[in-house]
Design a protein around this ligand. Structure first.
Ligand code: F6R
Ligand code: MG
Ligand code: MG
Length: 366
């Protein structure tokens, strides 16, 4: 059966700062999705990581379906009402427009969608990250889909050995999607040259060269570019179909052991290491660290199994300790050098005004 998996994600308010949505908000949005979505959806799952709520929706309406996007938008609106009633912080913050206009892209919520013919067994991973940006997935995806040191399947499996096509977006270009298609391993160094710049070039999707099937879809929204000012970090979601023609679940998860430094963290204005966490974990140190969760599912005729929380394993406890140390290491240098982001990426305009004022006070001496 041909189905579409759509993930739509937004921060519509949270308890105690930018920590977590309330149970009441989660109940309201889930109730809305289940009642109003009953005609259109084959199945759904409502998840949250940090202060973001994501709907995983399975249906037959294809990508960019107005019905599906409207459903998610209206559910976020419903949840925002509860967030406002409860005095949650940043209620409705990712809903940048007043009225829905056909597709949530460009309206604030992040979107990742894949349409595919289900394989006899269809396992996939659903990633959510908080206190970071879409480019946070660049390195893990690069390693999982191009590097045999991480993914033995690239040399062991004939189909994986044919490589993968990357579609990479230049997020600086906001008038329309500006995309380049490159294939690994042939274009490996070009892919690396782009993906090193997490703030500008972002993996949009990945396809098997062998079968042409899509394996990865990532959200690429940069809200500040849409709003013309900084309105929050663009905490990204991603879907990755795994096994058989694609890397194995464990090959896709393995790169998260690095705890690589990404943009985000406190006030969306610092570098911090990405910590793989369980669904139950929360935001704490320095409004972070940047976190990523992953849920594994199988799907058949559009029906989802229950999720498996794949970073909830003793192996990752050790990684979390390492990431905590890395977070402390970079935090020891406060605002200095690479600890804080460059001017372009800072979430606040205040420093630009301060620099302007200082610029006027500088004198050029003979
Ligand atoms: C991401 C996140 C942060 C905040 C940032 C600004 O989920 O919560 O990036 O957007 O800390 O916070 P405020 O709006 O409180 O200044
Ligand atoms: Mg937030
Ligand atoms: Mg967030």
């Amino acid at each position: 059966m041909k189905i579409t998996l759509s993930v739509l994600k937004a921060d519509i308010g949270s308890i105690g700062g930018h920590i977590t949505p309330s149970k009441k908000v989660l109940e309201r949005v889930e109730d809305y999705i289940s009642t109003e979505g009953s005609g259109a959806l084959l199945d759904y799952h409502v998840a949250h990581t940090g202060d973001d709520i994501a709907f995983l929706l399975s249906h037959k309406l294809g990508k960019d379906s107005e019905k599906i996007h409207q459903l998610a938008w209206d559910a976020f609106k419903e949840g925002t009402q509860v967030a406002e009633e409860q005095g949650l912080y940043g209620a409705g913050q990712d809903l940048l427009k007043d009225a829905f206009s056909g597709n949530v892209k460009g309206m604030g919520p992040a979107v990742a969608e894949i349409e595919f013919e289900e394989r006899p067994s269809e396992p996939f991973l659903f990633f959510m990250a908080d206190k970071t940006e879409p480019g946070a997935y660049n390195l893990p995806l690069y390693l999982a889909f191009t590097d045999p040191m991480n993914t033995p399947g690239l040399i062991l499996s004939p189909s994986l050995g044919k490589g993968f096509k990357f579609r990479i977006l230049d997020v600086e270009h906001t008038e329309a999607d500006k995309i380049i298609e490159l294939e690994a391993p042939e274009d490996l160094y070009d892919i690396a040259a782009l993906l090193r710049d997490n703030g500008r070039f972002v993996v949009d999707s990945i396809y098997s060269v062998n079968s042409g099937e899509q394996t990865v879809a990532c959200s690429t929204t940069r809200l500040n570019k849409i709003a013309g000012k900084y309105v929050g970090k663009d905490d990204p979601v991603a879907l990755v179909r795994v096994q058989k023609n694609f890397p194995a679940t464990g090959e896709v998860l393995a790169p998260y052991k690095i705890g690589h430094f990404v943009a985000g963290f406190m006030r969306g204005s610092h570098h911090g290491p990405l910590m793989p966490i369980s669904q139950e974990d929360t935001i704490s140190y320095f409004d972070g660290p940047p976190i990523v969760s992953a849920l594994a599912f199988s799907v058949s005729d559009g029906k989802l199994t229950e999720p498996v929380d794949v970073f909830d394993n003793p192996f990752w406890d050790d990684i979390r300790k390492k990431v905590s140390r890395k977070a402390q290491d970079i935090r020891e240098q406060g605002f200095s050098g690479p600890a804080m982001l460059g001017y372009e990426e800072l979430e606040y305009g205040g420093i630009t005004k301060r620099m302007k004022k200082l610029e006027d006070e500088f004198v050029i001496e003979d």
